[in-house]
Design a protein. Structure first.
Length: 339
């Protein structure tokens, strides 16, 4: 009996060793997930690595049911790994996610993100039209996210939703912080979303402190030049949002209640701004820039006379995401606070 007991004990020990050797830790599994890059550390603390919180019931479940902003109910993977979210790549990268394809205008992708999106194919939205269902089908996504209801029109949602669960934002760019929080929920990365937002809020706070002596009581205007003309960007989108709503710089009365306003030589004297930022979109607005800045009317403006007109990058000043906004903040601090 003693021999049998010893033999049984040895067999049990051997079995437990085999189980232990065959089990990978979460840290070993995480980097190998398809389509997902390791989450970046928050900008405010480069040396700190985000800690992984205990998995919730939603994360451990195979699927879960959510409702998008247009009222569609859909069943999505608990933690999607093959995500197609055109024009939300900035936010995806902020959460450490690499999509299966990226938004492109013809062959032109969002250049400022390419160090994070190396190897990700572009898919064209030429003319503002979503790509064909066949092109999306080839990507084999397990979740499609559309950043605006406009992309879901004319039967696009119905066709895309047959390929993969499709979540539609009404207008993600109009509420960047809210959309990033929601993305964190959809992608099973709420902690990464919270860290990214906290780091950005700290960046904004530090920038406002540096800019305070230069912008108190001042106004700024952002003029976009393209092949069709020139217009002021208001305070709800892109660089205009950063200038007015994040950095607290006043805006011209021309866009006090409007998202944009056309600019002409007749309108120029009404641009009441101490600082003017200009964008030459993809180099298509050069003729209009020359026409405007070469005119006596422009040269007589206070901002122009003071040397407070700055040409800024079209690569990210018309972007929508924490990475683009961070780059815009860096530009404003460098140009106005001379850092």
């Amino acid at each position: 009996m003693k021999k049998i007991s010893v033999l049984l004990l040895m067999m049990l020990l051997a079995a437990s060793l085999l189980v232990a050797c065959g089990t990978k830790t979460e840290a070993e599994n995480e980097p190998g997930e398809a389509g997902v890059a390791p989450a970046a550390a928050p900008a405010a603390s480069p040396s700190a690595a985000p800690s992984r919180e205990p998995e919730s019931a939603a994360e451990t479940a195979e699927t879960r049911v959510v409702t998008d902003e247009l009222g569609h109910e859909l069943t999505i993977p608990a933690k999607p790994v093959k995500v197609f979210a055109p024009y939300m790549e900035d936010s995806l990268v902020s959460l450490g996610v690499k999509p299966v394809a990226q938004w492109a205008n013809g062959d032109a992708v969002q250049e400022y993100l390419q160090d994070k999106l190396d190897g990700v194919p572009g898919i064209s939205f030429t003319g503002g039209l979503p790509p064909s269902p066949e092109a999306v089908l080839d990507l084999a996504p397990d979740l499609i996210i559309l950043h605006t209801a406009h992309y879901a029109k004319d039967g696009v949602y119905e066709k895309y939703s047959k390929i993969a669960p499709t979540y539609v934002f009404n207008n993600a760019a109009g509420d960047l912080k809210g959309s990033i929080t929601k993305l964190g929920e959809l992608l099973g990365r709420p902690a990464e979303a919270e860290l990214a937002l906290q780091a950005h809020e700290l960046k904004v706070k530090e920038a406002k402190a540096k800019l305070a002596p230069y912008v108190e009581g001042k106004k700024a205007a952002l003029i976009n030049f393209n092949g069709k003309g020139m217009y002021l960007i208001g305070g709800n989108y892109f660089g205009g949002y950063v200038l007015s709503q994040e950095l607290g710089i006043g805006k011209s009365k021309l866009v006090e209640t409007e998202n944009s306003a056309d600019v002409s030589l007749e309108i120029v004297p009404q641009i009441d701004a101490d600082y003017i930022f200009t964008i030459n979109y993809q180099g298509t607005g050069s003729a209009f820039i020359q026409e405007l800045t070469g005119s006596p009317i422009w040269k007589s403006m206070p901002a122009a006379k003071a040397g407070h007109v700055y040409e800024v990058s079209d690569k990210y000043w018309t972007g929508s995401g924490l990475i683009a906004y961070g780059k815009i903040i860096d530009d404003v601090v460098r140009l106005l606070a001379h850092e």
